[in-house]
Design a binder for this molecule. Structure first.
Ligand code: SAH
Length: 357
C-alpha cells in the first residue's frame, strides 16, 4: 500500500501511526485536529502534545508546508491571489473570492500542467509534479489562517489537471469533507477537468456529491483539438457521452466552461453547434471572457459577442450565463502569477508591484 505524508492520512491511518509509536489512542484525535482543522505547519504549534513527542513526530512524520510567498489584493474587488511555496521550493497559486454566500477558494492540483491547452498559462512549462492531498488542503488552511475566515466553497480550477492526479484528488476531497476535519460540504466543491474520459467514469464510482465542471471551449473536434490537445485522445462525442452518463448516474448537473476567444470559437455558428451538442442535457454553460496571457496571441471576445452567444444558447434551451470576472487587475487567472514569479527569480527588477510577504 502506498504511504502518505501525515497530513494526507485519513483518521484511521493516523490512529495506526499513533499505535505503532506505542502512544495512547487519544493522541490520534489531537494530531488529526491540529493538521486537518487548524492546518498547522509545525508540531511546535501542537501545544497539547509533550515536547519530546513533538520532536519525535517531526523527525518521523514531517508536515508538508504551504507558506505564503506572495499575496496580491485586487483594488477592484476583494479578490486575493496567493502564490504559495511548498516544502520542496515549488510554487502554486490560489485565488480567494468573496461572494454573497461566502468565500470561495480556487485551488491548484499540480505544479504546472501537462495538458497543453493553448490559451492557458499554467501549462506553458509543463508539469513539474502533482500535489499531495495535504498540499491541496494546505492552500485552504493557509488562506483561512491568513484572512481569519472560513472558506465554504472550493473550486479545483487553479493550476493543473485534477484528474491527472486522480488518487490524490479523491483523497483530498474525502479529507476536505471529513466531519472531524474541515467538514466542507462536498456539494460546495467543484472539480474542473479538460476531459480525461476514463477518469470521469472512475469519478462516477466514487459517489461523491461534488459538482463536475468540464472545460469544453469548442463545439466540434476540429476546433477543440486545435486549442485542447486532450481532444485528440478523447474526442467530443466520447466526452459528451461520459458527461451524460455522469448526470444519469449521479443526478448532478454538469457545468461546461467555455472561454470565449475572439474570432476562434465565438461565432453564431459555434453557438448553434454548441446548442445542438448540449440540447436536452442536465447542464449549465459558463461563458468566460478569455483572459489574455503573454504566452498566447488569443484575444478576448467583445462583450457584445458574449451577450449574443449567450442569447443564442438560451433561446435554444441551453441554460447559459456569463461568468463575472474577478481580480482582473491581479492576473487572477491560473498560472499567470507563478510564471511571472519564476521569470522574476531571474529578473527581479519588474517585481515591485508584488507585495513580498
Ligand atoms: N485542468 C482543469 C482545471 C484548471 S483550468 C481544466 O482544464 O478544467 C480552470 C479553467 O480555466 C478551465 O476551464 C480552463 O480551460 C480555463 N482557462 C485557462 N486559461 C484560461 C484563460 N487564459 N482564459 C480563460 N479561461 C482559461
Amino acid at each position: 500500500m502506498r504511504e502518505f505524508d501525515i497530513k494526507s492520512m485519513i483518521f484511521t491511518e493516523v490512529e495506526d501511526v499513533v499505535s505503532s509509536m506505542g502512544l495512547p489512542r487519544f493522541r490520534a484525535k489531537q494530531i488529526f485536529d491540529w493538521l486537518q482543522i487548524y492546518g498547522v505547519m509545525s508540531y511546535d504549534e501542537m501545544t497539547n502534545l509533550p515536547k519530546s513527542l513533538r520532536e519525535k513526530l517531526a523527525e518521523k512524520y514531517p508536515i508538508n508546508s504551504c507558506e505564503i510567498e506572495l499575496k496580491q489584493v485586487s483594488n477592484l474587488d476583494e479578490t486575493v491571489k496567493y502564490l504559495f511555496r511548498l516544502s520542496d521550493g515549488n510554487f502554486v497559486e490560489s485565488v480567494l473570492m468573496k461572494y454573497k454566500y461566502g468565500y470561495t477558494l480556487c485551488v491548484s492540483s499540480q505544479v504546472g500542467c501537462k495538458m497543453g491547452c493553448v490559451f492557458c498559462a499554467s501549462t506553458k512549462s509543463g508539469c513539474v509534479r502533482s500535489l499531495m492531498p495535504s498540499e491541496i488542503l494546505g492552500q485552504i488552511h493557509a488562506a483561512q489562517r491568513d484572512m481569519n475566515i472560513r472558506i465554504s466553497h472550493v473550486v479545483m480550477m487553479g493550476m493543473g489537471e485534477p484528474l491527472d492526479n486522480y488518487e490524490n484528488t479523491i483523497r483530498f476531497l474525502r479529507l476536505a469533507g471529513e466531519e472531524k476535519g474541515l467538514n466542507l460540504s462536498l456539494r460546495n466543491i467543484s472539480l474542473s477537468t479538460c476531459g480525461i474520459v476514463p477518469r470521469i467514469y472512475d469519478l462516477i464510482d466514487e459517489k461523491l456529491p461534488i459538482t463536475l465542471s468540464v472545460s469544453l471551449h469548442a463545439p466540434d473536434d476540429k476546433m477543440r483539438s486545435e486549442v485542447m490537445p486532450i481532444n485528440k485522445k478523447y474526442p467530443i462525442n466520447e466526452l459528451i457521452k461520459a458527461c451524460k452518463d455522469y448526470t444519469k448516474e449521479t443526478s448532478r448537473r454538469i457545468s461546461f466552461e467555455y472561454a470565449m476567444i475572439k474570432d476562434v470559437n465565438d461565432t453564431d455558428e459555434c453557438a448553434l453547434k454548441l446548442a445542438g451538442l448540449l440540447r436536452g442535457m442536465l447542464c449549465h454553460v459558463n461563458l468566460i471572457p478569455a483572459n489574455e496571457i503573454n504566452e498566447s496571441e488569443h484575444k478576448r471576445s467583445t462583450n457584445d459577442r458574449l451577450q449574443r452567444f449567450m442569447k443564442i444558447l438560451n433561446s435554444k434551451g441551453v441554460n447559459t450565463t456569463v461568468r463575472r470576472s474577478l481580480g482582473s487587475d491581479i492576473d487572477a487567472s491560473c498560472g499567470q502569477l507563478r510564471s511571472k514569479h519564476v521569470r522574476n527569480s531571474v529578473r527581479r527588477d519588474d517585481c515591485e508591484n508584488f507585495s513580498k510577504v
